[in-house]
Design a protein around this ligand. Sequence first.
Ligand SMILES: [Zn+2]
Length: 338
Amino acid sequence: MSESIDNLRRLFEEDLAAIDGMESWKAVRDKYLARESGVITTELKKLRDLPKEARPAFGQAMNQLRALVEKKLQERLDEAKAAEASTKLQRIDVTRPGFPFALGSIHPIKRLQSEIEQIFVSMGFQIFNLPEIERDYYNFEGLNMPRNHPARDAQDTFYFDDSVLLRTHCSSVQVHAMEELKPPIRAISTGKVYRRDPFDATHSPMFYQVDVIVIEEGITMGDLKGMLDVFLKRMFHSDIRMRLRPGFFPFVEPGAEVDISCIFCSGKGCPTCKQSGWVEILGAGMVHPKVLRMSGIDDSRYSGFAWGMGIDRVAILKHGVDDIRLFFENDLRFLRQF
Ligand SMILES: [Zn+2]
């Protein structure tokens, strides 16, 4: 009996040595260990034909054989896995160039917004991040535009209810800054504003603005002009020229429309500037005494200026884009040019 078990062991050793891959490993495993038809099960079935006294020794020998088969097969599998892992390692060529990642980029409007903020931070201004959902008081009333003021009509507004709206300009920074800070005040706010405008080449119901306010003793129109000159030269280029025309905004007195010499034709005349040589760029003025008083600033002691500009308008001019919608449609073919 032990002779036939020795024989089985030898056969198994031969089969084990002949394994050359996963398929043959599985075949050997099934040949010896399969539950119904495996060699070991089949041999064990012979147990009942043996004389009673021979059975325990045979059973024990077969169990030893099964343990040996299981152990050897497991060892073989571990070796194969280790070999495979080391082959994989050798295949990694660390000198190969890496796969290029498609990097995103900053949206041109956002980049311009942060450029503008940087210019003002470098001049000692404080940035106000203000809510886009605003109280009527900060957007209108505190800026000398009480209810039924005709100037409100020019800014067709999205209202939530009587007193809450989507801000129509960043000029709300004037009221917030004057309420929160004591003079001297140098504050700026940038961000999205909303108006019930159509969505066409020159209008958008959402666009970006920057608003600036300075309150100190003895501030004059000359300070306003000087600061605008510094800012516009840094924003565009150093030989840009500027002019102020009278303009009306309820929260400033006097108010001015500010033009710059056309950046495309340097003032000679071209289609962009409608042959005038000038392009309107922003609105400005001296903060209205009523606005100062409403925000608790002593208008007999302090004066100041404020101005606001469309950031999209600057982007259009700087990049020579003829349709504002391109900035908001998120077409990657357009955005990748910046
Ligand atoms: Zn021009």
